[in-house]
Design a protein around this ligand. Sequence first.
Ligand code: ADP
Ligand code: ZN
Length: 206
Amino acid sequence: MNLIMLGAPGSGKGTMAKFISSDFSLPHISTGDIFRKNIKDGTELGNKVKSILDAGELVPDELTIDLVKDRLKEADCKNGFILDGFPRTLVQAEALEKFASIDSVILIDLPFEVIEERLSGRRSCPSCGEVYHTSTYKETNCQKCDASLIQREDDKLETVRARLKVYEKQTSPLIEFYKNKIFKVEGKGTPEETYAPVKKFLKEMK
Ligand code: ADP
Ligand code: ZN
């Protein structure tokens, strides 16, 4: 199964992708995670993209496309994959058509007001990548590895608004592009509630 997660930043794509990855044994490929890891490790790529991510803008298409193209060549992708955060522009979607065939696109639907609230309360573990929300997790350290939680620079309210604008303009046209492959779910419930119909759909598809 070759899947794409589509939805605004903060709609819960990453969380759904993790559930799917574990239930269906598919690699979870998050371009945002790949960029953040490179920034953290201080690689050449990381240094190139840091200011772009901090501003909530998009990394250039060519760079992102090459990165995903290489990642999909790895052995773990041979039985399928979940793309999370890619494609994010029509140029990326058109490029992807040339090196992969997509079975289904899971679209998470959520109003922008809810997203603003969610993202500005989000805290992440810089060490293992676990994600928390201030409304449900009051601790300052990660439950899994005890590292101090941080707020991503791009989760600050101003940047969240910039990211939503970018989504509206550059990414939402993909809903039309993939209209024949979209499975849409309502994203406002708990992660488990959002995941239930997705799981059912994917089981039937398999
Ligand atoms: P979210 O979906 O919550 O915005 P991600 O972790 O997917 O967060 O992405 C974080 C940032 O990484 C984006 O704001 C953007 O700067 C960069 N990025 C991730 N994926 C792409 C992509 N496909 N094309 C361009 N930039 C990307
Ligand atoms: Zn952790």
